[in-house]
Design a protein around this ligand. Structure first.
Ligand code: ADP
Length: 495
C-alpha cells in the first residue's frame, strides 16, 4: 500500500475537528449575541425611559418654580437648564393646559404645535399629562422621521395642572448603538474563529500526526521491516495504541528471527543428512565397483571389502534409524505411552548390555542408590535408549581402567547422575553437544552420527524431564537428569 496519506482532504481529521469546532463556536456566538442584543436593547430602553422621565420631571419642577416666581423673562436661563440636562438630541415641548383655571403663561410655551399634525400617541400622552398622569410610548412616527420615544409629565402649580412637558427622542440613535455593539460581537466571533482555527490546526496535528506515524509503522511491519517503531511517547490512548504497535513490532521481529533460525536449522539438517549418507554411499559404490570390475580378486581382500560394505550399510541403517527416532520425538503430536518404570531395573538391564564393551577398556560401572526402587512414569524402551546413549558415550570417552559413577537419589524430583572420568568437553563445545549432527573431532567419534545426545534430550523432554551437562576438560563429564518421581506409586506397592 502507498505510504502517502490517502484520506481525502475533506475527510481529514483536522478538517472534521475544525468544522465541528467552528459550528459549535458559531452557534454559541449567535446564541450569546442574540441574548446579549435582547438584554442590551431592553436595558437601553429602560435606561432611556429612566433618563427621559428624570429629565421631564426635572424640567416640570423647574417650570412650576419659575411660574410661581413669575420669571417669564428667564427664558434664557430656561434654555441653559435644558443644555445642562444634555437634551440636545431630545425635543422638549412645554405646553400650556388650556383647560386649567390658571393655565401656564404662553411665554413658557416653546412649542407651536398648531400647524403640525401630531400623532395620536402624542396627543393622548399630552391629554393624560393635563389629567395629571405620566405616560410614554415608542413607535414609528412619520412626522418625527423615525422611531421615537415620547414621555409626558404634568406641570403643577398649587395642585393644579397648568401645563405639560413632553420629551421626544429618536430611537434610531439607540438602535445605532445596538448595531455597533452587534458588529463588535460579530467581529469577536470572527477573531475567535480565527484563533480557534489555529488552535484546531495544532490540536488536529497533535492528533493526526501520531496516527499517520502509526499507519506508516504498520505498513512497514506489513512490508517485513520489523525494526520499525512508532517512537511515540504519550500518556493518553494514542500513546497506548502506539506502545501496543511497538510491542507487536517487537514480537513480529522475534518471530521472524525464530523463523529464520528454524529455516536455517532445516537447511543445515538436510545438508547434514545428505553429507552423512553421501560418505558411506561413495565408499560402498567404490568398493562394489572394484569387486564388480574384478579389480580385487584376492580372496582375503574380497572378504575385507565385503565387511567394509557391510559396516557402511550398518552405519547407514543406524543413521536412518536415529533420524526416524528423532523426527518421531520432535513431532509435537507424538505422545509417549507412559507406565510406571523402575529406573533401577533400567540401569541393571543397561549395565548388563554394555558389560562387553566396558570390560574391553576395563571400566568399572558403579551404581549408588539409597533405595532398591526409584519409580517414574515413562516408556521403558525409550528411557533405556536414552540412558544407553549416555552410558555408551561415557564408555567411549572414558580412559582405560577408569570408573563410571551412576548415582540415583530422590529429592522432590528423581535425580539421575552419570559421571565418567574421561576426556571431558571444552567450555566452547559444551553448549553445542545436544545439537543434531554435532560431534567433536575426536577419534572416538568416527562412527558416530552426532544424533545421540539430540535423541536423548528429546526423550527426556517427552518425559517432562530435563538434562544438564557439567564437564571439565581432561577430568570427566557428568550428565544429570531430573524427572517427576512416582512416590505414591511406591507407597502403594508397600516396599
Ligand atoms: P554420537 O551420536 O555421534 O555419539 P552424540 O550426540 O552422542 O554423538 O555426542 C555429541 C558429542 O558430544 C560427541 O561428539 C562428543 O564430542 C560429546 N560427548 C558426548 N558425551 C561425552 C562424554 N561422556 N565425554 C566427552 N564428550 C562427550
Amino acid at each position: 500500500m502507498d505510504k502517502k496519506n490517502q484520506v481525502r482532504p475533506q475527510n481529514r481529521l483536522f478538517l472534521k475537528v475544525y468544522i465541528n469546532y467552528a459550528i459549535m463556536l458559531t452557534v454559541l456566538a449567535v446564541l450569546v449575541g442574540l441574548i446579549f442584543m435582547n438584554l442590551y436593547e431592553e436595558n437601553i430602553k429602560d435606561s432611556n425611559y429612566q433618563k427621559l422621565f428624570k429629565q421631564a420631571t426635572t424640567i416640570s419642577k423647574k417650570l412650576s418654580q419659575m411660574i410661581i416666581n413669575g420669571e417669564e423673562d428667564s427664558y434664557l436661563e430656561y434654555l441653559t437648564i435644558l443644555d445642562d440636562l444634555d437634551v440636545e438630541k431630545t425635543d422638549v415641548y412645554t405646553i400650556s393646559n388650556p383647560k386649567a383655571n390658571n393655565p401656564m403663561d404662553k411665554d413658557f410655551e416653546n412649542a407651536d404645535l398648531e400647524n403640525i399634525e401630531l400623532p395620536k400617541d402624542f396627543t393622548e400622552i399630552l391629554d393624560k399629562a393635563f389629567h395629571n398622569q405620566i405616560d410614554h410610548s415608542q413607535d414609528y412616527y412619520e412626522v418625527f422621521g423615525g422611531v421615537s420615544f415620547i414621555i409626558g409629565v404634568p406641570v403643577r402649580v398649587s395642585g393644579e395642572v397648568v401645563g405639560a412637558v413632553l420629551l421626544r427622542t429618536l430611537v434610531a440613535n439607540q438602535q445605532e448603538i445596538v448595531k455597533s455593539s452587534m458588529s463588535l460581537i460579530f467581529l469577536s466571533v470572527g477573531v475567535a474563529l480565527f484563533i480557534s482555527f489555529v488552535i484546531a490546526i495544532l490540536f488536529a496535528r497533535g492528533l493526526s500526526s501520531p496516527i499517520s506515524k502509526m499507519r506508516i509503522t504498520a505498513l512497514e511491519l506489513a512490508d517485513g521491516k520489523f525494526e520499525s517503531k512508532t517512537n511515540i511517547a504519550r500518556k493518553d490512548e494514542i500513546g497506548d495504541l502506539a506502545r501496543t504497535i511497538d510491542i507487536l513490532a517487537d514480537e513480529l521481529k522475534e518471530n521472524e528471527l525464530e523463523r529464520q533460525s528454524r529455516e536455517q536449522a532445516r537447511i543445515d539438517f538436510f545438508a547434514n543428512v545428505s553429507h552423512e549418507l553421501r560418505t558411506p554411499i561413495t565408499v560402498i559404490r567404490a568398493y562394489m565397483e572394484s569387486l564388480v570390475d574384478g579389480v580385487v580378486t584376492d580372496e582375503e581382500k574380497v572378504i575385507q571389502y565385503y565387511s567394509r560394505i557391510l559396516m557402511e550399510c550398518k552405519g547407514m541403517e543406524r543413521l536412518v534409524g536415529d533420524l526416524l527416532v528423532l523426527s518421531k520425538m520432535q513431532n509435537p503430536d507424538f505422545v509417549v505411552e507412559k507406565e510406571p518404570v523402575n529406573i533401577v531395573q533400567v540401569f541393571d538391564d543397561l549395565i548388563r548390555s554394555v558389560h562387553a564393551i566396558s570390560i574391553e577398556k576395563n571400566i568399572t560401572i558403579e551404581i549408588t542408590k539409597d533405595r532398591p526402587v526409584y519409580m517414574m512414569m515413562g516408556d521403558y524402551d525409550r528411557l533405556r535408549q536414552m540412558f544407553l546413549i549416555i552410558l555408551d558415550n561415557a564408555i567411549k570417552f572414558s580412559n582405560v581402567n577408569s570408573t563410571i559413577h551412576i548415582i540415583l537419589y530422590q529429592l522432590d524430583k528423581l535425580i539421575i547422575s552419570i559421571r565418567d572420568e574421561g576426556v571431558g568437553i571444552s567450555p566452547e563445545e559444551l553448549p553445542s553437544i545436544f545439537d543434531k549432527f554435532y560431534k567433536s573431532k575426536l577419534k572416538q567419534n568416527a562412527q558416530g552420527s552426532g544424533l545421540g545426545l539430540a535423541i536423548a534430550k528429546q526423550i527426556a523432554l517427552k518425559h517432562g524431564g530435563t538434562v544438564e551437562v557439567n564437564s571439565t576438560l581432561g577430568e570427566g563429564t557428568e550428565f544429570v537428569f531430573s524427572f517427576q518421581c512416582l512416590e505414591n506409586y511406591v507407597e502403594e506397592l508397600n516396599i
